[in-house]
Each structure stands twice: as structure tokens, then as C-alpha cells.
Design a binder for this molecule. Structure first.
Ligand SMILES: *[C@@H]1O[C@H](CO)[C@@H](O)[C@H](O)[C@H]1NC(C)=O
Ligand SMILES: *[C@@H]1O[C@H](CO)[C@@H](O)[C@H](O)[C@H]1NC(C)=O
Ligand SMILES: *[C@@H]1O[C@H](CO)[C@@H](O)[C@H](O)[C@H]1NC(C)=O
Ligand SMILES: *[C@@H]1O[C@H](CO)[C@@H](O)[C@H](O)[C@H]1NC(C)=O
Ligand SMILES: *[C@@H]1O[C@H](CO)[C@@H](O)[C@H](O)[C@H]1NC(C)=O
Length: 569
């Protein structure tokens, strides 16, 4: 223990640090006779004022291992007396020097005068000159001598690092749903010239609606579609054949009538185009209409009402400046007969960014421990789309101080390569919670806004190289019962060391996301229960141990001289 402490102290002293103005002088530049006189004068002045090295070599001693005791043959041990030296046979450490980078340094030499009676230790302090042209005259700036390690991203400095290296244009923090807050705050007046995450998408009359079951399973048309919030809803609407022409919400027009504003409060409008229409017959068969952009309004025909909207799927295209440039809607139209009193409608909205800037690399080529795991999506027939928005990366739920799951919704932290993490929150279940919405809430909570489909196998995988991306495998562990609620998400990232033994690179080979569910029993009314929700990420090194590779085992090629046995044969 004492030895370890001493050695630690020695290594610390070997760095001659001075808290003065950073200056590293190279021998070549300081002493060059060809330099102009004023530079030479300055160099001389600096040389004269060079700080004395803090290392006193006379006090350094690497063989001094025993505290307050003389180490045998350790000539520099201050604990040894003349009587001890007389018993030494040699000096185990004959010379002690300071930093070998320096051009000129003191060296302490130790030897034994065995001629003397009794033998004596001889100590000399000499000037040692370093012949290298790149020696350093004086150093007082430690950072200049080595590479500094890069800052490790955490959830606190992620945004700052992303700004420094990634030039992302999005402020991804969920904004208030209140549309008027921006206008009241003059300091960010031009913040209204862009959509931000969660802000309702404005239309000429109000905002884009995504009907949803708010209080009951009946459709409510007051749910605004939030920018970048991918949503899918299902709700019930009452209909009848007689009135079908008068119910706005079953007409295609209702969903495409008002144009979207390109940015909030702007006069620039984006029309919602009809991308496709699928017609569902009474027996459930679906056919795609080949002529698009046709408006089909509800129509009573042979005691049936046809062309009523069963499903709408919006697809919004936006730029990294937060501007909507395209809006398209796909419809499913159906028919009802006299017996039908209600229909179920489904709605969906998704977002795609154009001209995505590449997301900062997380290593080159292999992953660097502590940098975010890069993730993305793959729309059909294209390369990987990565979003600079940090919520589109591989993230896990971030624990909050009050541990309330519903308050934690939306607070996520990026998964950093090599860091195992676990986080969780508590969910209070009351008797009036319905299974289906609760399941959806928990899935959103565990997986976040948009759970990526692919993960980059290398820190520098390019979006166009689809084979360089590993699909995320989804696994489910569940019990059999009517209402299953998800309670945990475990992400396992398997990686291997790739490349040479000397400089192996970390490469992700498999990512699995496992959702575990539990049975939610219906609680008696008035009772409540608290369940823990857990998300975790584990990094597993699945490299097989390295083995030295010989092309063939070396053999001994022994040949005796032909006359080896000469006198005998
Ligand atoms: C806000 O406006 C200023 C000046 O009009 C402009 O320089 C700046 O780029 C704008 N900021 C954003 C985020 O658009
Ligand atoms: C569609 O818009 C027009 C003009 O803005 C309006 O007269 C009509 O009532 C709207 N129709 C529906 C179904 O909202
Ligand atoms: C949007 O729709 C309106 C009315 O249908 C039309 O006059 C206008 O030209 C359209 N704008 C674009 C960009 O297609
Ligand atoms: C749709 O396509 C089919 C086959 O290509 C064709 O027979 C039919 O006439 C088309 N219908 C319309 C409305 O264009
Ligand atoms: C990843 O591992 C899981 C479980 O071992 C397996 O089912 C899955 O196919 C693997 N995925 C890939 C892309 O190899």
C-alpha cells in the first residue's frame, strides 16, 4: 500500500506544472539564429524568465518503498543512514531524472564508493541535456502535452453538444398547448415563424383536428393534431342512413376543407391533397380507387349510404425550419345500411422531414463509449431517415423526482453507447381506468414519441447504406388474459469488437426491445393501486475472446552440419 502511494506521488511530481500563462517553447524555434532579432530577443527574454521546474530530482526516489525504513540498496532513500549505506552492495537505482521532454534537466546520480572503509554513498546532481530537436525548454501547460478526451454527452449537455456539433434547428422541448403564449412573449417574436414540437397545426379557420375518444369512446372533434406528434386514434360516431348527408364528420370534405398554414399565423397556405381512396364494401372487401384527388361525398343509394369516412390518415411533410410544405390525406370510405347506428372511425397522423441533415457521428468507425446510439426509420424503398431531433434517437424514459409516470411522459434521455441504464416511475391505477387507453398510455410512456426501427451498427454508418443498420427486434413476454398492460421495456444492445486486436472498434450487431406485460385486474370502485413501470438498457459484449492467429504453427527447422558426427561415422 505504501509502495502504491509513493509511486503515485512520484508520477505526480514528474509533471512539472506551473499555473502561469500557457507556453511551450520548442528548442528549434527558440534558438534558431535565422530568426529576426526581435524574435530572438523575445525568445531570450522568455528563456530567462523560464519558470524553474517544480521537480526536485534530489527528492525523487522510486525505490523507496518502505515508510520510515531504509530500503536495501536504495541509495536515494532518505531513511538510510551512513551505517545502512556501508551494508549496500550496489545502488538499485543509479540515476533519477525528471521529465524527459525537457531540453535540459537535472539528474541525480547515486553510486557506492566501495574503496572507502566503510563503503560510502556518492550523490551527484548533474545537468543532463536532451539532444532531441523537439525537446521542450519549459512547460507549464499540461494540456498541450496530450490529447484531451472529448466531453461525454449527458442529458444536461446533450443540447449544447448538439448545437456545437450537429447544428440542429429544432427546439424539441414540448411546448405548451396554448397557442397564445408565443404572441404574448415579444422576446421570441420570430419563434412564431416556425412550428415547434407539440404546437397545434393551424388551419385557415382553427386547427387541424384529429378526432379522438376524449371522455368516452365517442369521437370528439376538439383534439388538435400537434406538430411532430405521431398519433393514431379510434372512436365511434353515431350515424344513420337518413341523416348521412348532413353529418359533416362522415364527409371527406370535413377533413380536407381548410388549408393548413405553412407556419403559425402565416398567410401562406398548404392545401391538403387526397393521396389515395380505399373503398370498403359492406362485406368488408377493400379496393383501391385508381383515380386519386376525387372528392366522393356521402350519397344515399338503394337504401344504403355510401362514401362515408371510416378512416383518415394524414401525412405531413415539413422542413428543418419547422415549416409545413405538404399535407396529404388517405381515406377509407365505406357504406352503411339501415341497421347500422354507429361506425368506428380511425385517424392517424405522421410526419416526415425533408432534407434531413446528417446526425452527428458517434464514432469513426466504431462506437465511442458515452456517445448516443444512432437510430432511424426506414420508409418503404428509401434509405434510413434520421432526425436531428433528440427524441427521434434511441431514448429511454427519464426518471423524475416525483416518480409520477404521467408527469414523466415525454421526458426522455438518449441511450449512450456502453452505459447500462435503468429508469422508472410509478403509475396510480384507479378503478375507472379503461384497459385499452391505459395500455396505449403506457406504451407511449415506455417507447416514447416515435420508437426507431433501426440502429446504426457503427458510429459512422451512413443513412444510405441500409445494410449498415440493424433492425430492432421486438419481443413480448406476456401472460394470457383479457387485459394486459405493459410494465417494462428492456432494450438489449449486443455489440462486438471489430477489426484489429490493437484498435478494436465497437460494432452493434443486435438490438432487442422486450416489453413485459402484466394482467390488470379490474379494481373495485374507489380503490386504487400503484404499479412500478421500468425501462432499462443493457449493453452486452458478444465478442468471442481473441486468439492469436498463426497461419501455421511455427516448426523448428533444425539442420545439423553434414560433418556433425565426423569422428564417429
Ligand atoms: C429571428 O429574427 C432575426 C432578425 O430578424 C434573425 O436574424 C434570426 O435568424 C431569426 N431567428 C430565427 C430562429 O428565425
Ligand atoms: C368547406 O368550406 C366551405 C368554404 O370555406 C364551406 O362553405 C363549407 O361549409 C365547408 N364544408 C365543410 C363540410 O366543412
Ligand atoms: C389550394 O386550394 C385552393 C382552392 O381549392 C386553390 O384555389 C389553390 O390554387 C390551391 N393552392 C395550391 C397551392 O394548390
Ligand atoms: C382502374 O384500373 C383498372 C385496371 O387498370 C381499369 O380497368 C379501370 O377502368 C380503372 N378505373 C378507373 C376509374 O380509372
Ligand atoms: C437478434 O436476437 C434475437 C434474439 O436472439 C433474434 O430473434 C433476432 O432475430 C436477432 N436479430 C437480428 C437482426 O439478428
Amino acid at each position: 500500500m505504501a509502495a502504491a502511494l509513493r509511486l503515485g506521488a512520484v508520477f505526480f511530481l514528474l509533471l512539472p506544472l506551473r499555473a502561469a500563462e500557457p507556453s511551450v517553447e520548442l528548442a528549434a524555434s527558440a534558438a534558431s539564429p535565422a530568426a529576426p532579432p526581435e524574435i530572438r530577443a523575445a525568445a531570450r527574454a522568455r528563456t530567462r524568465s523560464r519558470p524553474a521546474p517544480v521537480t526536485d530530482v534530489a527528492k525523487l526516489c522510486v525505490c523507496d518503498l518502505l515508510v520510515a525504513q531504509c530500503d536495501v540498496n536504495c541509495c536515494c532513500d532518505p531513511d538510510c543512514s551512513a551505517a545502512d549505506f556501508s551494508l549496500f552492495t550496489t545502488c538499485s537505482v543509479p540515476i533519477v531524472t525528471g521529465d524527459s521532454h525537457l531540453c535540459s534537466q537535472k539528474a541525480a546520480t547515486y553510486s557506492l564508493d566501495v574503496e572507502a572503509d566503510p563503503p560510502e554513498r556518492i550523490f551527484k546532481l548533474i545537468d543532463q541535456v536532451n539532444p532531441s530537436v523537439f525537446c521542450i525548454h519549459a512547460t507549464n501547460y499540461k494540456q498541450a502535452l496530450s490529447f484531451s478526451s472529448p466531453e461525454i454527452p449527458t442529458s444536461e449537455n446533450f443540447d449544447q453538444l448538439l448545437k456545437q456539433f450537429g447544428s440542429a434547428s429544432f427546439s424539441a422541448e414540448p411546448d405548451s398547448w396554448n397557442m397564445n403564449t408565443d404572441a404574448q412573449n415579444p422576446s421570441d417574436a420570430n419563434e412564431t415563424c416556425r412550428y415547434k414540437y407539440g404546437v397545434p397545426i393551424q388551419t385557415v379557420d382553427a386547427f387541424l383536428r384529429l378526432p379522438s375518444p376524449v371522455v368516452s369512446s365517442w369521437c370528439s372533434d376538439v383534439n388538435p393534431a400537434g406538430f411532430l406528434v405521431n398519433q393514431a386514434t379510434k372512436c365511434t360516431r353515431s350515424v344513420s342512413v337518413e341523416k348521412c348527408g348532413n353529418i359533416q364528420a362522415v364527409s371527406m370534405l370535413f377533413y380536407i376543407n381548410s388549408s393548413i398554414l405553412a407556419v403559425p399565423k402565416s398567410s401562406q397556405m398548404v392545401n391538403i391533397t387526397v393521396q389515395s381512396i380505399v373503398v370498403q364494401s359492406l362485406n368488408g372487401m377493400r379496393t383501391l380507387l385508381n383515380g386519386s384527388d376525387v372528392l366522393r361525398l356521402p350519397l344515399i343509394l338503394d337504401e344504403l349510404c355510401i362514401n362515408i369516412v371510416l378512416g383518415v390518415s394524414y401525412h405531413i411533410t415539413y422542413t428543418d425550419a419547422g415549416e409545413i410544405i405538404e399535407a396529404a390525406a388517405s381515406f377509407v370510405l365505406g357504406a352503411i345500411n339501415k341497421e347500422v347506428l354507429s361506425i368506428q372511425q380511425s385517424f392517424e397522423i405522421s410526419f416526415t422531414q425533408v432534407n434531413t441533415k446528417p446526425v452527428p457521428l458517434s464514432g469513426n468507425p466504431g462506437y465511442v463509449v458515452g456517445l448516443p446510439v444512432r437510430a432511424g426509420f426506414r420508409p418503404q424503398g428509401s434509405g434510413i431517415i434520421q432526425n436531428t431531433n433528440k427524441y427521434s434517437q434511441l431514448t429511454i424514459l427519464q426518471s423524475t423526482s416525483n416518480q409520477d409516470c404521467l408527469a414523466a411522459q415525454g421526458t426522455r434521455t438518449p441511450i449512450l453507447f456502453g452505459y447500462n441504464m435503468i429508469s422508472g416511475c410509478k403509475l396510480r391505477i384507479t378503478a375507472d381506468m379503461k384497459c385499452q387507453p391505459l395500455t396505449q398510455t403506457l406504451l407511449d410512456l415506455l417507447k416514447g414519441q416515435s420508437f426507431p426501427e433501426y440502429v446504426a451498427s457503427f458510429g459512422n454508418s451512413q443513412a444510405q447504406d441500409v445494410l449498415d443498420w440493424v433492425p430492432i427486434t421486438h419481443l413480448h413476454t406476456s401472460e394470457q388474459s383479457s387485459c394486459q398492460i405493459p410494465v417494462s421495456l428492456e432494450i438489449e444492445v449486443k455489440w462486438t469488437k471489430y477489426g484489429s486486436l490493437v484498435n478494436p472498434q465497437a460494432r452493434i450487431v443486435n438490438v432487442t426491445a422486450t416489453i413485459a406485460t402484466t394482467t390488470a385486474k379490474q379494481l373495485p370502485s374507489g380503490r386504487e393501486r400503484t404499479i412500478p413501470i421500468i425501462s432499462s438498457v443493457v449493453f452486452t459484449d458478444s465478442s468471442s475472446p481473441a486468439e492469436p492467429g498463426y497461419k501455421a504453427w511455427p516448426t523448428i527447422n533444425a539442420k545439423l552440419p553434414f560433418d556433425f558426427f565426423f569422428p564417429f561415422v
